[in-house]
Design a protein around this ligand. Sequence first.
Ligand code: 7PJ
Length: 258
Amino acid sequence: MGILNVTPDSFSDGGRHGTADGAIAAGLRMFEAGAAIVDVGGESTRPGAPEVSLEEELQRTIPVVEGLARAGVPVSIDTMKAGVMRAALAAGAGMLNDVSALQAEAESLAVAAGSKAQVVLMHMPGNPRTMQGLAAYDDVVGEVRAALAARIAVCEAAGLARGRLIADPGIGFGKGVGHNLALLRGLEAFHALGVPLLLGASRKSVIPAVAGAAPVTDRLPGSLAIALRGAEAGVAWLRVHDVAETLQALKLWEAMRG
Ligand code: 7PJ
């Protein structure tokens, strides 16, 4: 999954894609580099980021979703807003990626259930403004897994077939360095959820926390190390900024596995 941020304030590539056409071209390049899907996001979820209005988020994302879908690129929409989900589905998105696991807005569950889209349920305590104050766990793997299992049950009860669900431990969302590392160490435990897993750690702060200060654009080596850990653990989806580089690493990893 290639990350396509269409926000002016995203932490790792904020403002790189000034226009819809520029963003569509960047998404096409990711697809051509081998991304199976392009994840379009119009709201920064970095800790403390300002809220974005529905109008603003629609304006940022929908022309890009439409352009990519029209070009035959599979599209995921990274949003916590039911209105953005609805518009993105109409514009051709095939996957809903909600870092609140369909909890931020009451209608999101029904929008997802009423669609045919795949749905990524990510773990985040609270919301992007409160999550870092909620980074407290006795057993982070067990607690995150239990929370995801509860969301899967809610989705199934709402008519969302389990076969459409993907679970994600939410690296960096309401977690400290030790929690992130414990989740990465314990990824295999999440297979008990019975759905494919997604891992998003590309350029995240766990990398400088372990390896020493590095600006976001200098975190490719750490991002690749985590991607390979995800592959080893049998994660189905890797959400990454650097598609070609990640695929090169994965191909070598696979060829050496025997
Ligand atoms: C994630 C996400 C993630 C899923 C972001 C960033 C921050 N969606 N959206 N998983 N992270 N499913 O790109 O670093 O880890 S936004």
